[in-house]
Design a binder for this molecule. Structure first.
Ligand code: GTP
Ligand code: MG
Length: 684
């Protein structure tokens, strides 16, 4: 079954699959990646997460903590196809890594735990993948676990997708799970311990009826979604394996159906059929729509064609012992070693010194990369995540991934005064590698403040500095990022910005209405102009809007960003000589600032949805503790001696919760969180 990578590398684009593995924390993404590398012959030993021996969790913190923190790319060959794979982290604090990965992927395997089914973070990454329109197949993992139930897991998947199409039937349960019936070809695949590959054979007699029944259900379900399958079903009363397979490919790519497979990564069962499904159903770079970007402000499309001008998106940068590596997804054209490329972000030309095929922390040099490839390059000195590298003669700017807003901050300080400069450059490097981290200096205290997506995110960041540079860092208590919003606005606020101090004067007159925005306005700011009869020219109106955005950076309650408001410019006046865009921008800024001071404002704090899983006997204590943390229980469910309590809790109250839960439940309780937006903070 081992494929020959060299043979694969000569294959055209249709034989490339760029995919990610997505799931809730601990669903088994890294273990699946590890087994894929094993069955494709890329490794000769199966690594384990708990031993710290996997290929993709190679960072020392990942090994110590037993979780994935950084998305890692690996490449392998299967059945004549090249599979570029990104193993992503499941912990919510690292969801920005997932976002950046999703931006450059053509497809994904979403993994579910056969016992827990859909978990909070599986839902979050599912929605993330929806936003990027990434076609997916599902793998229900851990079928060997006590309590594993494929049908129940599939039922919970219906929450995410209305048409799960299960193409396998498990053979044996829990510890006795040995293989699967392939419902397309009605054959059994059984993995015997100690043997490398699956034994293929007829469907076990006891499962024959059930396999036929499920095959029929699959044919009906596919027929309902796919015209060609329906036609065959009506004409012949059945659908052939070949028709099913091509229908499943279409349904996967359109997103109308979700192919579901199952197995146990830990026991190495179900991996080969998963790879077969990846190449059969998930799209190649040629099957996804041409990438879109802008050129001189005009929208442009680029086909995934090696002969087109070169364009690639930077989705990761990493400082390594041998220098800076820039990870690229090539969307069009061909990149050769030694080529000059245009860094559209920094606006400078860079030379590609080395081109590398990525294999987690190891790399092999190649001479060229073509459209559809994921590679790392050495040479570019300043390219940032989200930047486009492109042909100097044909510059294109691809849409960058959107970085999440940081919600938690800590003050950081070098323990030794002599290390201040080193800390500053270490922080700068950190932010470069992870744009969801932000470093700023607090204007009031002069302290350096590091902000990120959660407590763990910041802890990992600080520890990284410590491990990489040997720096001792003092870290302050975590604080959340507040926001301000309008509860009751003002109308007809008049602001006149007039300056006559010799030379050209400044004149701008604006009248503003400010009111709370509708909850659906996701951006948090809506600007409209109602000015009659061209009393204010269009470019000045745009300047007023820009000025309002400036004013939203610091609100009247405590200098926090302002969100959730609608501003209407109702009137204004200009001066024939002294009016300018700058004057109107200033009027917009100072006018809105005054309007906000006159409005009734509300402080908002970030809130998280927490799902706590605890043994029955600890429920009372956990509920009391959540109430003390201003939590609101929204759901609780009991299942086989454990309870899952879902609550919304202010993020500020969740600091240190991991330790608290651990001690309250003698280590038997676990919890996960996900951001749940902002909610009014109590006064004081
Ligand atoms: N019983 C059982 N355990 C498994 C299986 N697959 C993975 N595990 C275990 O589940 C734990 C988590 O596995 P990982 O592969 O690290 O999960 P992950 O999804 O990569 O986790 P994060 O990267 O931290 O989100 C490890 O202890 C694995 O050994 C499986 O099929 N059966
Ligand atoms: Mg992992």
């Amino acid at each position: 079954m081992r494929a020959d990578l060299h043979r694969v590398s000569a294959n055209p684009l249709s034989r490339v699959r760029n995919l990610g593995i997505l799931a809730h924390v601990d669903a088994g993404k890294t273990t699946i990646t590890e087994r894929i590398l094993y069955v494709t012959g890329m490794t000769h030993k199966r690594g384990e997460v708990h031993d710290g021996t996997t290929v993709t969790d190679f960072d020392s913190q990942e090994r110590d903590r037993g979780i994935t923190i950084f998305a890692a790319a690996v490449s392998c060959g299967w059945d004549g196809y090249r599979v570029n794979l990104i193993d992503t982290p499941g912990h919510v604090d690292f969801s920005d890594e997932v976002e950046r990965s999703l931006r450059v992927l053509d497809g994904a395997i979403t993994v579910f735990d056969a016992v827990a089914g859909v978990e909070p973070q599986s839902e979050a990454v599912w929605r993330q993948a929806d936003r990027h329109r990434v076609p997916r197949i599902a793998f229900v993992n851990k079928l060997d676990r006590a309590g594993a139930d494929l049908d129940a897991a599939v039922d919970s998947i219906r929450r995410l997708h209305p048409a799960p199409l299960v193409v396998q039937l498990p053979i044996g349960r829990e510890n006795g799970f040995t293989g699967v019936v392939d419902l397309l070809h009605l054959r059994a695949l059984v993995w015997v311990d100690g043997r490398e590959t699956a034994d293929e054979g007829p469907v076990p007699v006891v499962l024959k009826d059930e396999a036929r029944r499920r095959r029929r259900l699959l044919e009906e379900a596919v027929g309902e979604l796919h015209p060609a399958a329906l036609e065959e079903f009506c004409a012949q009363g059945a659908v052939s394996a070949q028709t099913l397979s091509s229908a499943l490919r279409d349904l996967t790519r359109s997103g109308d159906g979700l192919v579901v497979l199952c197995g146990s990564a830990y026991r190495n069962r179900g991996i080969e059929p998963l790879l077969d499904a990846v190449v059969a159903y998930l799209p190649s770079p040629l099957d996804v729509p041409p990438v879109r970007g802008t050129q001189d402000g005009m929208a442009r499309e680029r086909p995934a064609d090696p002969a087109a001008p070169f364009a690639a998106l930077v989705f990761k940068v990493a400082a390594t012992a041998t220098g800076r590596l820039t990870y690229l997804r090539v969307y069009s054209g061909t990149l050769r070693k030694g080529a000059a490329v245009w860094d559209a972000g920094e606006r400078r030309t860079e030379r590609i010194a080395r081109l590398l095929r990525v294999h987690a922390d190891r790399h092999s040099e190649v001479d060229a990369a073509i459209a559809g490839d994921i590679v790392a390059v050495a040479g570019p000195k300043a390219a940032q995540v989200g930047t486009t590298l492109c042909a100097p003669g044909d510059p294109l700017v691809l849409e960058p991934p959107v970085a999440a807003d940081p919600v938690v901050s800590v003050a950081v300080e070098a323990r030794r005064a002599a290390d201040v400069g080193r800390l500053a450059s270490a922080l700068a490097r950190l932010v470069e590698e992870d744009p969801s981290l932000v470093v700023r200096s607090d204007p009031q205290t002069g302290q350096t403040v590091l902000s990120g997506l959660g407590e763990l995110h910041l802890e990992v960041a600080v520890e990284k500095i410590h491990r990489a540079c040997g720096l001792e860092v003092t870290v302050g208590p975590p604080e959340v990022a507040y926001r301000e919003t309008v509860v009751r606005g003002v109308s007809g606020l008049v602001y006149r910005h007039v300056k006559q101090t010799g030379g050209a004067g400044q004149f701008a007159h604006v009248v503003l209405d400010v009111e709370p925005a509708d909850a659906e306005d996701e951006e948090g700011f809506v600007f409209r102009s109602d000015v009659a009869g061209g009393r204010v020219p269009r470019e000045y109106i745009r300047a007023v809007e820009a000025g309002c955005r400036d004013a939203m950076a610091d609100g009247p309650l405590g200098g926090h960003p302002v969100t959730g408001l609608r501003v209407t410019l109702t009137d204004g006046a200009t001066h024939p000589k002294d009016s300018s865009e700058m004057a109107f921008r200033t009027a917009g800024r100072l006018g809105l600032r005054e309007a906000l001071r006159a409005s009734v404002m509300q402080l908002l704090e970030p809130v998280a949805e927490v799902a706590v899983t605890v043994p029955d006997d600890a429920v009372g204590g956990v509920l009391g503790d959540l109430a003390a943390r201003r939590g609101h229980v929204v759901d609780s469910a009991m299942r086989a001696g454990t309870a899952v309590i879902t609550a919304t809790v202010p993020l500020a109250e969740l600091f240190g919760y991991a330790n608290r839960l651990h001690s309250r439940t003698q280590g038997r309780g676990t919890f996960t969180t996900r951001p749940a937006g902002y909610a009014p903070a109590p006064p004081g």
